[in-house]
Structure formats: C-alpha cells, structure tokens
Design a protein around this ligand. Structure first.
Ligand code: CA
Length: 575
C-alpha cells in the first residue's frame, strides 16, 4: 500500500514537471504579464515587446555583461533575424538556412540542433533568414525556406509533424515566426515578388492538421475543416481582369493575436506586379491590415494602408494592440512612412501621421475617408505612355521600398505610453516596365535604385506618442536599423545596430545608458526573461537581410559590415 502510494506520488511529480514544460494557451496569455518566459515572437502574442521585469533598470544596467555566447557555426552565416524563445530552462533559436538550436539557458550548452534539408532552387527574395519559432505543448514549430512547417519535440529535437505550406518552385517560402492562438498555429506565406497568393492559415498546433485557410486577395476561396468557407471579398471588385489570380498580398511577416478581440491581425504585402498601371483599382487586400476571426477564419475587418500600391509598400508591419482613451486599439508603423492607429475591434482609423521625415507619395492620410492624399506626379510612370513602351517615367520616391520601417519589430510601453519605432530615412529612383506572370520568375515590372537622403544617418530609433504623433526623442544611426526593439518596466529600451552594438536607452529621455559590441551586425530583436532571481537578456547577432542584397547606394555604403551568426546572453554582475 505504502509502495503504491509512493509510486503514485512519483507519477504525480513527473506529470507536474511535464505539465510545467508543456506550453498551454493560458501560459501564452500570461507570458507578457509575468515576463518569466518568452513563449511567443513579440513577448506575448499582441507583440508589444514590453517586459514587466525591473532587475535590469536605468541604475543597475552599468554592470550588465555577457553570461555566455553561442555560435551557430558552419559556413552558413548570412542574415540572422531570429528572436529566441525561452521555456523551462531551454532557449530555442532559429538561424539562417532553416536551422534551429536548443540551448541550455544557464550554461549556453547546445542541447540539440535541427538542420532542415533544403532543396536546390529555393527562392527567398531577401536573404536566407528566419525570424523565430512558436511553442505549443511540447513542440517547437518553425517555417522553412522551402515553404514547410516543421514541429519538433522540445526535449529531443525529433520531428513530430511536418506540413507543406506550398510549392517553393512557384516562389513560396516561409521566414516569419508562427503565431499560436487558441491551440492553432497561424502562418502566412512569403513570395510577394513572385506573384504568389497571400493567405493566412490555421492548423491544429499539436498535429499540423489544417483547420482553415483565408486568402488575402479578393476572389479566392477560403476553407474551414476542408470545406469551402466563402470567397474573400468580391471577385473583380477592386482587381481588373485576371490579375487577382497572381495578386501577391503575401503575409510574409506573420501576425499578432489579441485574446480580448479574438482576432488575429496579419499585414499583407504588395499587389503583383509592382507596376500599378497594370491593375487599376484598390487591389484588395494588398498593403492592408486584415483582422481574421480565429474561430471562423473569416475577415472581420480590413484597413488598406496603400490602395493601388505602386512603390512596393508592403503593409506587412505588425499591428500591436494597446489601450488608448479607454479603448482597445492597434498601432502600425507602415513601410509607406505613416504610423496608423485603428480600432482593434472595427478597424476604424483613429489617427495617422508620418514617422519619417520625408514622404513623397502622399501629403497625408484623410482621417475621415481613411484614404491617403496621393501626389499623382510622384507615382512611377506608365510604360505604355512612353515613346517605346518599354520604360515609364522615373520618379524619386521616399520612403524607399525597403520602407520607413521593414521587418524589424517596434515596441510599446504601457508605462510611458510610447511606441519605440526602428525607422529609416531613405528614398529610391523607381520606374515601371512591362511584365507578365511566369511561374517561379520575379514578377515586378519595375526597376529601382535605393538612395540615401542624409549624409550622417539612415536609421533612427524614435519614441513616438501614438495620440499626438509627436516624436519625443530619437537616437540616430549611421547604417539603416534592421533589428527590432524591446522595452521594459526598468524604463529601458533595447535595440541592436548593423554596426554590431546592442544598445540601451532611458525610455523617457532617449539617453543611451549602455552598449555592447557583439562582433557582427544585429538585425534581430532582443528578449528578456527571469530564471530564479536573475533577469537575463538575449540577442542574436549576424549581419544580413534585404539591405546588402537590394540596398543600391546604401548597400555599398555599408559593405564593410561583416557577417556572423551567434546568440549573446547577458545578466547583471553578481547575479
Ligand atoms: Ca514586396
């Protein structure tokens, strides 16, 4: 009897250990409140990137120093845009070329590695990056450059399930961190430069089985549990002819989820092709935020940031929900240079203002109609209007297509009420050319050269009040900012630079209070968590991403930067 009782106790202890490691929906809903673990991309599915931890603060930070560093190794360096996840003493961090590592958070010792076997002919547009994984149950789930989703056992690194997102030979790939909402794993697609069809998909996170799909181009059919679930929008209402069939609107940066609204917010990329004269109309739902009901897979509202986009102003940027004037709203710093505040439940536009200094394509956003006031002469010209029909008039446009902000996530502090936005000041010469769709080929119909605007800086980390649109402070940076931001209740803002520094500033004043050189450029967002009585901080280092590949004059300005691939972990002295 006594023996039986003992073994029952042992069993209970074992199952409680397992329960602690297994990630649940309620743990994910709590992570932003406790700050103890990092279970989601965004430090919470709302993507605020705010940690309530205070051990590392404006006073104590002077003793912040490395605890350990881990190299991703091999010859596969290139851009490292990954945000680590932390659960139960383990770090899960993805790396270039579809790799993922599990590391002991105390010692920096490698626990396991998974290297996805990539086929010849993958077509990532903008470097072989990956932005991170998702955790659910005992699984760690990430997307690959050949457009697959892989779920691995957190303890062993063994593959539990694997699902194909789409055909990589048609230009599909996946680089964003998946999003967990109510036991579902939500993903988008990459490939907006190849005429793919954007969509949001929800699978059972435990099994990988498809639950619903929702295309983000009007005219395409969605599904729920394998059955038709209604067409997105109204066929041909905002898209002419057949072009919607290869309409782009790629959801390549993933999404955010707010349990209070039950909605997942996904940004959508450019309509295909870039040449806007080929597709008259607004081209829904490209360059928009779409709010999808997680329970039904239906679009509840949409807001289009750039109707009939002609500049590759992908509207993929994260929609971060917060409370303003007693209302749940969302902020988005769009690639087109404007910061938007929309009602999180209805999508109604509440505020819009530029967050970069030079915007040429519109003079502002009309808060009544919600539409931009275009500057028609600053739209790249129609090739068919020219003498030879081969090249339209070139215009100088700002921001450049790399955006006022790109993939690097901003942070929001409920303590200061400020957004901390990693922004860039740059422009481009852009012109249109004729183009037709060909499977697996670039579908642009445009040419371009990225240009600097100022001699002394391109990047600027800006503290922005979403109510007034005022910039409270900024810290300029020579190279374009391409990492992400985190803010904490210790009144700090952390971000990395391509020059290799992880920096911290006072969240109220912008005074830089700490920095550390990581040995390669930082193009990834930092995280923080607590273990025992110690607050840790981590960031991935490894220069790359879209800037060296597409940056024109800017790329040659920063071609002295070295590649890398490592993760750095920090704590205070004596901890
Ligand atoms: Ca694009």
């Amino acid at each position: 009897m006594r023996k039986l009782l003992l073994s029952a106790l042992v069993l209970a202890a074992v199952s409680s250990l397992t329960a602690q490691a297994a990630v649940t929906d309620s743990m994910i809903e709590q992570e932003a409140k406790t700050g103890k673990e990092v279970l989601s991309y965004g430090l919470g599915t709302r993507g605020q990137r705010f940690s309530p931890l205070t051990q590392i603060n404006t006073k104590s930070i002077k003793t912040l120093a490395p605890a350990w560093s881990f190299s991703f190794g091999g010859e596969k360096q290139r851009g490292q845009e990954s945000q680590p996840l932390i659960n139960n003493g383990k770090m899960f961090v993805t790396a270039s070329y579809s790799r993922i590592f599990a590391i002991d958070t105390k010692t920096g010792k490698k626990l396991w590695k998974y290297e996805h076997r990539l086929p010849e002919g993958i077509m990532p547009c903008c470097d072989v990056v990956n932005r991170g994984a998702a955790l659910y149950d005992n699984l760690v789930i990430f997307g690959t450059l050949d457009a697959q989703l892989v779920a691995l056992d957190q303890t062993t690194g063994k593959v539990v399930w694997k699902e194909k997102i789409d055909d990589f030979a048609a230009g599909y790939s996946y680089t964003a961190a998946p999003l967990i909402a109510k036991g579902l794993v939500l993903t988008g697609v990459s490939g907006g430069e190849f005429g793919v069809v954007g969509r949001v998909e929800a699978r059972d996170a435990k099994t990988g089985k498809m639950v619903w799909t929702r295309p983000t181009v009007e005219g395409h059919m969605g599904t729920l549990n394998g059955k038709d679930n209604g067409i997105t929008g109204t066929t041909n209402a905002t898209w002419p002819g057949e072009l919607w069939k290869t309409g782009g609107a790629a959801t390549w940066l993933g999404g955010t989820y707010d349990p209070e609204t039950g909605l997942a917010y996904f940004g959508t990329g450019n309509p295909g092709p870039w040449n806007s004269h080929l597709r008259k109309g607004d081209n829904l739902y490209s360059c928009s935020t779409v709010a999808v009901d997680v329970a039904t897979g239906k679009i509840v509202w949409h807001y289009q940031n750039t109707p009939n986009d002609g500049w590759d102003f992908d509207g993929v940027n994260e929609f971060v929900t917060f409370d303003m004037d007693g209302k749940r709203v969302g902020g988005k710093a769009d690639r087109n240079g404007f910061f938007y505040v929309n009602d999180a439940k209805t999508g109604k536009l509440i505020n819009a203002f530029p967050f970069v200094k030079k915007v040429t394509w519109a003079t502002g956003i009309d808060l009544k109609s919600g539409r931009p006031n275009y500057v028609p002469e600053n739209r790249p010209g129609d090739p068919t209007a020219g003498a030879d029909g081969k090249k339209g008039a070139t215009v100088f446009a700002a921001p450049s297509f790399l955006g006022g902000k790109n993939q690097m996530p901003m942070a929001y502090s409920p303590k200061t009420g400020m957004f901390y936005v990693p922004s860039n000041e740059w422009g481009m010469d852009i012109w249109n050319e004729p183009v037709s769709y060909k499977k697996g080929a670039a579908y642009l119909g445009a040419g371009f050269t990225i240009k600097t605007i100022n001699d002394d800086y391109i990047g600027a980390l800006r503290a922005i009040d979403p109510k007034t649109g005022k910039i409270a402070w900024e810290v300029k940076n020579g190279a374009p900012l391409w990492g992400g931001v985190m803010t904490t209740a210790g009144d700090l803002v952390f971000w990395g630079t391509p020059e290799g520094y992880l920096k911290a500033a006072d969240a109220k004043t912008g005074k830089v209070v700490w920095q550390f050189q990581t040995g390669s450029g930082i193009v990834a967002p930092p995280v923080t968590w607590q273990e025992g009585d110690t607050q840790y901080l981590a960031v991935v280092s490894g220069w790359g991403g879209a800037v060296p590949l597409w940056g024109g004059d800017v790329a040659s300005k920063v071609n002295y930067l070295e590649q890398g691939g490592s993760v750095w972990v920090f704590k205070l002295a004596g901890k």
